[in-house]
Design a protein around this ligand. Structure first.
Ligand code: HXC
Length: 257
């Protein structure tokens, strides 16, 4: 069954999820979030998919959680919805995720982009956590991931004063890894994802896990974790294949085993 608010397609080993709720700036309604998590988890389970791209429309990636869904909610309702469990499920996607951000990535939209492993931004991208303007604050990681990405002072300006930053500023602050022309944003993200998808799948997942652990742990614990994961890859056929291919001066063919 096709989802209502997403467009799904695959190109080779890359699974693409496009947020598509154009009448509401791709606001992340409960229905959209359920569809999004289902789609991402389906790609994560799918043996033919090795990398995932998440994108929005040309003018907006996503304008945040749906304000209409929350406007009248009580604390008890918000707790009952348990919506952050879905955000945790996105965090737990084990394959690499590339976000292609054109236009606004605001509130939950910025937080969704930050859950991706790599953000490619178009020249037109605008990142912001404007929740303060509607009497609340970020709730899906904005105060934590943004601060780790751009540092305290800029994060405070964005969170306390709703300041938006453009693509160039996001690049210099370390929020995104590259800025490209608007027309090429998705193509560039697809190109990166396609390259990633040719690499050893088990190593990709463990490497992603190790980089993410850097957010959570001390340097010593992180280094130990990294080393254990590194050793474990010597139990894979892909490690033997990759090194043999290098020595034999041929292209490696990875099976994810
Ligand atoms: C519901 C939204 C929406 C949102 C836009 N719309 N953002 N509906 N939730 N987050 C709707 C508008 O109501 C409008 O509907 C239509 O989309 C077009 O929006 P406009 O405002 O008319 O467009 P424009 O003037 O171009 O401004 C674009 C914008 C602005 C800058 C993106 O819409 C905006 O500021 N949106 C809210 C951004 C925001 O505060 N995000 C944080 C949400 S809280 P109609 O029916 O009038 O055409 C959040 C918390 C996350 O994300 C916590 C974790 C879950």
């Amino acid at each position: 069954m096709q989802p209502n608010h997403l467009i799904l397609r695959r190109e080779g080993a890359v699974g693409v999820v496009q947020l598509h709720r154009p009448d509401a700036m791709n606001a992340l309604s409960l229905e959209l979030m359920i569809e999004l998590v289902d789609a991402l988890e389906a790609y994560d389970r799918d043996g033919d998919i090795r990398c995932i791209v998440v994108t929005g429309g040309p003018k907006v990636f996503a304008a945040g959680a749906d304000i209409r869904d929350m406007a009248e909610a009580t604390v008890a309702e918000m707790v009952r919805r348990n919506q952050f469990a879905r955000w945790e499920r996105i965090r737990n996607i084990s394959k690499p995720v590339v976000a292609a951000v054109c236009g606004y990535a605001l509130g939950g939209g910025c937080e969704l982009a930050m859950l991706a492993d790599i953000i490619v931004a178009s020249e037109t991208a605008q990142f912001g956590q404007p929740e303060i303007n509607i009497g609340v604050m970020p709730g899906a990681g904005g105060t934590q991931r943004l601060t780790r990405a751009v540092g305290k002072s800029l994060a405070m300006e964005m969170v306390l004063n709703g300041r938006f930053i453009g693509a160039r500023e996001a690049l210099s602050a370390g929020l995104v890894s590259r800025v490209v022309a608007a027309e090429t944003c998705l193509t560039e993200a697809m190109r990166i994802a396609e390259e990633i998808s040719r690499r050893a799948p088990v190593a990709l997942r463990l490497a992603k896990q190790a980089v993410l652990a850097a957010y959570d742990t001390t340097l010593s614990a992180g280094l130990l974790h990294e080393r254990a994961l590194f050793y474990s890859l010597f139990a894979t056929e892909d490690q033997k294949e990759g090194m043999a291919a290098f020595i034999g001066k041929r292209k490696a063919k990875y099976e994810g085993k």
